[in-house]
Design a protein around this ligand. Structure first.
Ligand code: DC
Length: 335
């Protein structure tokens, strides 16, 4: 007897959702393990306590598991646990090495056996991308890659060399032998230039504008994107930026595009700066952000743009927690 495990999530507590998700999960388990339905002796389901509309066992019967004995149970409500999640165990009369199957939002449950997941979060400055990406990565215990920091580090290097980021030839000269690396210490990203951590120096308004300027050069983008793809290919991660869903990872498992109205974005940036003890010129900051949006959206290569298959979340009037919950809920839907 062999036990095969699996899990999936649903978008809403509705009978059709449950039927569809159970059918998809069982079909994939059967297919990935090369089973006949008759070889499945018994199937046990458990669902989270927010699921009331249908018995997964009944859905399994309807999906063609005529001869298996079926059972559904409800799990206790655990704080921080996945919502709207159905788990299963199939007892199979066959000698095989089980291939467990984790689908939809449940992929995050078993990162060791599920395929790797990549979450793309794009949007303009101040839309809340980095806050959300960081929290999402923390909750799902996966890596957060702040791609903006890489463009910022390039800008920092050019300015430090006394050159002009807006002049392509000067940027090229400064970045000729660029030694840029991204490492993690206690899950915190450190951006290294020539082995030195520059993370603390790349958050100034001057660097923001310069980063936007250098990010339009194809020679810069291609190098950054290559590194980003390489990091994302090795592990599950959340990446935030401008072109993740459109260019860096067009096949990302989950894609979100965050927006917020300009005044709110300016307020958020101002608050961040004030928290760091910096003095804020509100009008100048607003002009900077608008100019940066314009520059990032109008460049020829991989501009700031919503991917057609991404989910738009307007964060203007949502709290951080509300945005996080919205995104997690959408990840539990089939997209
Ligand atoms: O997200 P951020 O503010 O740290 O990004 C700084 C600049 O870097 C941004 O104005 C445009 C550029 N950038 C980019 O072109 N593509 C990305 N994926 C991330 C940032």
């Amino acid at each position: 007897m062999v036990v095969i495990r699996g899990a999936t999530t649903i978008a809403r507590d509705e009978a059709d959702e449950i039927r569809g998700a159970v059918k998809e999960l069982l079909e994939q388990i059967v297919q990935k393990n090369g089973l006949n339905r008759e070889e499945v002796v018994s199937i046990v389901f458990s669902s989270t306590s927010d699921i009331h509309s249908y018995y997964p066992a009944k859905a399994a019967r309807e999906a063609g598991f005529e001869s298996s004995s079926l059972f559904s149970a409800q799990e206790p409500e655990i704080e921080g646990g996945l919502k709207l999640c159905i788990r299963t165990m199939l007892f199979v009369e066959k000698n095989l090495t089980p291939k467990h199957v984790y689908l939809r939002g449940a992929k995050v449950l078993r990162k060791d056996i599920a395929e790797k997941i990549n979450v793309a979060i794009d949007g303009p400055a101040g839309s809340g991308k980095s806050t959300i990406a960081r929290l999402l990565a923390r909750d799902y215990k996966i890596l957060y890659l702040d791609t903006g920091a890489m463009y910022r580090a390039c800008a920092y290097k050019i300015l430090k060399d006394g050159l002009h980021p807006e002049i392509e030839a000067e940027a090229e000269k400064s970045l000729e032998n660029l030694d840029l690396d991204v490492v993690y210490e206690d899950d915190v990203q450190k951006t290294l230039l020539g082995g030195t951590d520059v993370s603390a120096f790349i958050r100034t308004p001057e660097i923001s504008m310069a980063a936007s300027a250098v990010s339009r050069y194809p020679f810069v983008r291609l190098r950054m994107v290559e590194k980003q793809r390489e990091i994302a290919s090795r592990q599950s991660c959340v990446l935030d930026g401008r072109d993740i869903g459109t260019f860096v990872l067009p096949n990302a498992d989950f894609k979100f595009f965050l927006t917020a109205n300009a005044d709110i974005r300016v307020q958020r940036r101002a608050k961040e700066m004030e928290e760091r003890g910096e003095k804020v010129d509100y009008e100048a900051l607003k002009q900077d952000i608008l100019r940066r949006d314009e520059q990032d959206s109008s460049r020829a290569m991989a501009p700031l743009k919503q991917a057609d298959d991404s989910i738009l979340v307007d964060t203007s009037f949502l709290s951080v927690e509300e945005v996080l919950q919205t995104i997690k809920r959408r990840m539990q839907e089939k997209i």
